[in-house]
Every structure is written in C-alpha cells, then in structure tokens.
Design a protein around this ligand. Structure first.
Ligand code: FEO
Length: 401
C-alpha cells in the first residue's frame, strides 16, 4: 500500500518509516524508530529528491509509482549518499533506468563505491550555485561538506521557499502519521531525539554547520525538508536557533549533568547526595548511571548542560572504563566550553580524580571547579562538609556568582 503526504503544491513526501532497526549506524539506539524522507516533485519534469535505506526501498518505489501514475521519472536528485539514503537508489534505478541522476561529484563517486547504481544512466554533476529548472520549480545547489559526510549538498527551491537540507535539521523518530513539525509536540517529545541525533551524528562538525547556516541565512526559507523526521513549516527560527547553539558548542541550559560510575553503590550514594544538595540550592540536575545509559544520551546531555559533574570509581588505577568511553566520545565530537567538577572513589588508592582532571583540562579544554571530593569505598558522614563545599562551588558557578 502506498503511503504519501503532500508537502507543498506539486511536492509530496514519499519516504518510509523504520521501526525495525534498533541501532542507527549500528551504534545509536533508536527506540522511537527513524524515518527516511524522500520527496517527489510533479512538475513539467518529475523529480525524486533522495532515496531511502535499502530495507525501505519497496515502500519508496510503491509510493513513487502511485504518484507518477504512469508518467516516467526524469530526475533523481541525491543530496547525500550515505546508505540510509543512497542504498534505495538501486531499486529506483532498476525501476526507472531513464532517470538522470543529479548529485555532487563526491556523491557520484560514493554511489559507485557502494554499487548503488549499476544501471548506467545519464549523470549530472551538481556544483555550488548550479540551478536546475523542472518547469514551474527550480532548485539551486549549495555545498554543505561534512554536514554530515563530504558529499553533502543542500538545495533551495525558490517558488515555495523550500530548503532540501539533507541530514541537517533531521532527527531520530519515526513519523507516526504526522509529517509536519506543527502536527507533533516537537519540544516535548522530539527535541531530545533531535539533539541526540545532531550531537552524535553531526556534532563533530560544528564549524561546517555554521558555514551552512551562514549560507542559509541569505535565503528566504519557508519550509525545511530534511532527510529524517518532521518537515518544518513553522517556528523555523526556533529550530535553527537550536542548531546555531549546538554547532557553536554553547549549552542550552545552565544546569548540571551528573554522571556517576559506581561498582557497589558507594559512588552512586554520594552522587545522589550531591544532587540533593544542588537542587536545594536551586540548581536543576539530571543524574545518569554511566553503566546503564547509552553514551549517545550522555553526549546529548553534555551538549545541553553547562556544567558536568563526574563521580567515578578507580579501576585498574585508572578511572572507570565506561567513564573513559564517555570522555573519549566527548573528545571525538569536539565538545568544548563545559565546566566540570569531580568526585572520586577508591577503596585503597583513589586515583580517578587526578586522571579525569588531567583528561578534562588537557584533552577537552574544560574548566575544573574545586574542591574535588575523594571517598574511600563510601563517603563517610564526617565528610558532609566536603560535599556541601562542592555543592556550594557548583551552584555558585551555575548561577554565575
Ligand atoms: Fe541520514 Fe548521513 O545520513
């Protein structure tokens, strides 16, 4: 059965939802699924903008066949060749071998490397500033390298003011019948997944996202059609503002993220006590067990929050391996500008604090608050004053005092 939605005059969503894949890129959990968005323009020429994952290709072909209603397909425009979009091309190219394939040079190369277009159709290389007219509608291409792969281009349709934004402004989450941002509770239900998507998939490339936002600022954008998640037709400035903050590595909230790594509960108990003291000082805190929280969630929260408190056991004279994974991921994604505070545990030789502190200052360029709280197995009642002092220091910094 076909499943399509009209997006604008002459333009239709023809993508598909995926609720079977559990790990996006085989890394990131997607319990709410994901959508692969494709769009079909029915103009004097017929144009398919992007494809879908291989698993969703039958749905894409059925949707396109339904809307073409016997017409041929003139163009396939590919803004991004990563297989979650490019793999479905194989099925589309088999069904409409006459379609001309339009993509950037790198995308065409990747298409061949992956083997997505075994049928030799005509190829048109799109470059920055190229304009392609399809009748009433025309698009102009803009390079957006590393948002999220080097092949990425976005395009702007000038009649309706539509930005085909590739991965930018995408999000995890299947489209459960809704298509537009104003058909869902985006801030309440989708924003966390949008942040987790951005920070983990594109987070490393903040300067490249900033460059793309600068190009987009010169366009009269009335609608954003991304490759994942809802189409934006209202409050566009609000979501662009989120991207602006994320790509500048600026926190959204002056709040505390408290991540603890605990083996037998002593460190967890101390982390809980600190959280309580912080809340009593008027500070919002989110607490996560590093062992049971996927690192993609910790990264997302690290982008959101201004302050990060880490409580870690000492393990093999190092800090806890899952804490190291978290901090290494933060380094890989180039997150900067956060303020940290530390608690360490070690039954006979607590060493995690110094090593975490060195990593934070030397590898992450982070700011470290004092004091650091050290416990041996558990935090004793006699150390209550130390915990109060740490809470005072963190709360004062969060509040900017
Ligand atoms: Fe949704 Fe970079 O692919």
């Amino acid at each position: 059965m076909h499943n399509v939605r009209q997006v604008a005059p002459d333009l239709w969503w023809v993508g598909a939802n995926d609720r079977r894949t559990t790990l996006f890129e085989n890394i990131h959990p997607i319990p709410r699924g994901v959508s692969y968005n494709s769009y079909l323009l029915l103009d004097e020429k017929t144009v398919l903008f992007d494809c879908v994952d291989w698993s969703a290709a039958p749905q894409l072909v059925e949707n396109v066949e339904h809307l073409l209603n016997g017409r041929g397909l003139d163009y396939i425009v590919l803004h991004h060749l990563e297989p979650d979009h490019g793999a479905g091309l194989w099925a589309v190219a088999q069904r409409w071998p006459e379609a001309k394939i339009v993509a950037g040079l790198a995308a065409l190369r990747f298409m061949d490397q992956f083997g997505f277009a075994p049928i030799p159709g005509e190829r048109i290389t799109a470059k920055e500033g190229d304009r392609l007219s399809f009748g009433k509608h025309a698009v102009t291409f803009y390079a957006a390298p590393m948002v999220h792969w080097p092949d990425v281009m976005v395009s702007y349709e000038e009649t309706e003011g539509i930005l085909f934004s590739a991965d930018a402004f995408g999000t995890f989450g299947a489209l459960n019948g809704a298509l537009f941002n104003d058909e869902v509770d985006f801030e309440g239900v989708w924003l966390d997944d949008a942040r987790r998507y951005y920070t983990n998939i594109v987070g490393k490339y903040g300067p490249q996202v900033q460059a793309t936002l600068t190009k987009a600022a010169g366009l009269d954008i009335k609608m954003i059609c991304p490759l994942h998640g809802p189409v934006w037709r209202s409050d566009i400035g609000w979501f662009v503002g989120k991207y602006d903050k994320w790509s500048k590595y600026e926190p959204e909230d002056r709040e505390v993220l408290l991540v603890y790594g605990s083996m037998y509960g002593g460190t967890e108990q101390a982390a809980d006590a600190l959280a309580s003291l912080l809340v009593q000082r008027g500070v919002k805190v989110s607490v996560y067990d590093v062992s049971s929280t996927h690192v993609s969630q910790l990264i997302s929260e690290s982008f959101r929050c201004s302050h990060i408190v880490i409580a870690s056991v000492t393990y093999n004279m190092d800090f806890y391996p899952p804490v190291r994974d978290y901090l290494e991921d933060m380094k890989a994604l180039a997150l900067k500008g956060r303020t940290f505070a530390l608690m360490e545990n070690g039954t006979w030789a607590p060493n995690a604090g110094k090593l975490m502190g060195d990593f934070i200052t030397e590898e992450l360029g982070g700011t470290l608050l004092e004091p650091r709280v050290t416990m041996k197995s558990t935090l004793s009642g006699a150390q209550a004053g130390e915990l109060e002092a740490l809470a005072d220091a963190v709360a004062a910094d969060v509040k900017g005092k």
